[in-house]
Write a protein that binds this ligand. Structure first.
Ligand SMILES: Nc1ncnc2c1ncn2[C@@H]1O[C@H](COP(=O)(O)OP(=O)(O)OP(=O)(O)O)[C@@H](O)[C@H]1O
Ligand SMILES: [Mg+2]
Length: 280
């Protein structure tokens, strides 16, 4: 790690007084930094608008995402977080969670002819993290393998920028326009295609968790479409329920199939998923 760069907003520098700073990612309107300081270990997120290109419309909402997430974290009762504004958008900081994500965790299971099966305990950890959010009456809206950080003591479900379930300050709120298509439930894809927006639900989170477990265990997406297909074409395939004939091994595989049910009402709740896993 190197010394603190000038890119971090002054309020963040004042609050955290970093001793070391590392840029983790900078893509799609969002920068994430890992910051160590006398106060603790933090993730700092900075949002900025995505300009229009030949392939993309402008996406000004990415500038608001960190403040929106900060408001969600406060609503959920996490105190060791803050959020505010910088020249190009908004920022937040939150505790850093150490550990591999779900996709990384199951890397060895995905090798061809691997004798290692996906660990049910890890799946249960992810279920617990989502169950905690659902129990509070919230919806995550952006469940994906990279958002489960498998820690030694517990698993954390990160990136609550699209979560819904409580009041968000008006100036930082924006409509839900779908998530990463690989994890998007058919009814969400259909609504985004029809209106540009959708209503995230707990049942859509279950589908996304099923798709996350499937890709992490097997390396395959739940739905069949070419890698380079334009986003609306991907969404058409999801909306039509063009499932790939791929299954995770054993009873975990059977459970994932039900989570990926086309009709939301056929999907189990997160508690039912937990109970089923617990019995495996
Ligand atoms: N609290 C945290 N603890 C540990 N790592 C984190 C934390 N927050 C973010 N990260 C890391 O930064 C990455 C991006 O964070 P996050 O998903 O919250 O931001 P994002 O703007 O939504 O990015 P993306 O568009 O890739 O989803 C995560 O995949 C993770 O590696
Ligand atoms: Mg994210």
């Amino acid at each position: 790690m190197s010394g603190s760069p000038p890119e971090l907003p002054i309020e963040v520098l004042d609050a955290l007084m970093p001793t070391s700073v590392r840029l983790v990612t900078n893509r799609r309107g969002s920068m994430v930094w890992e910051v160590e300081s006398g106060r603790g270990h933090y993730a700092v997120k900075l949002g900025y608008p995505i300009e229009a290109t030949a392939d993309w419309p402008a996406q000004p909402w990415t500038a608001l995402a960190p403040a929106r997430e900060g408001a969600v974290l406060h609503r959920l009762g996490f105190d060791d977080c803050a959020y505010g504004e910088w020249e190009r958008g908004t920022w937040n900081f939150q505790p850093w969670h150490e550990g591999p994500d779900l996709y990384k965790m199951w890397e060895l299971c995905r090798r061809r002819d691997s004798p290692i099966a996906p660990n049910v305990g890890v799946a249960l950890e992810c279920v617990s993290a989502l169950a905690e959010l659902h129990a509070k009456g919230w919806v995550h809206g952006d469940v994906q393998p990279a958002h489960f950080i498998i820690g030694l003591e517990r698993t954390h479900l990160i990136d609550l920028a699209l979560a819904r379930g409580g009041h968000i300050p008006k100036g930082y709120d924006f409509p839900f326009r779908g998530c990463l298509v690989h994890y998007e439930a058919p009814e969400i894809a259909r609504s985004v295609l029809a209106t540009g927006e959708a209503k995230p639900t707990q049942k859509a989170d279950i589908y996304a968790l099923g798709a996350s477990l499937l890709i992490s265990a097997t390396g395959w997406r739940a739905v069949e479409y070419p890698d380079d297909a334009p986003r609306p074409v991907q969404r058409e395939a999801v909306a039509a329920g063009k499932r790939r004939p791929v299954k995770a091994p054993g009873e975990l595989g059977d459970l994932i199939e039900v989570m990926l049910s086309h009709a939301p009402e056929d999907r189990p709740t997160i508690y039912e998923v937990g109970k089923a896993l617990y019995c495996l």
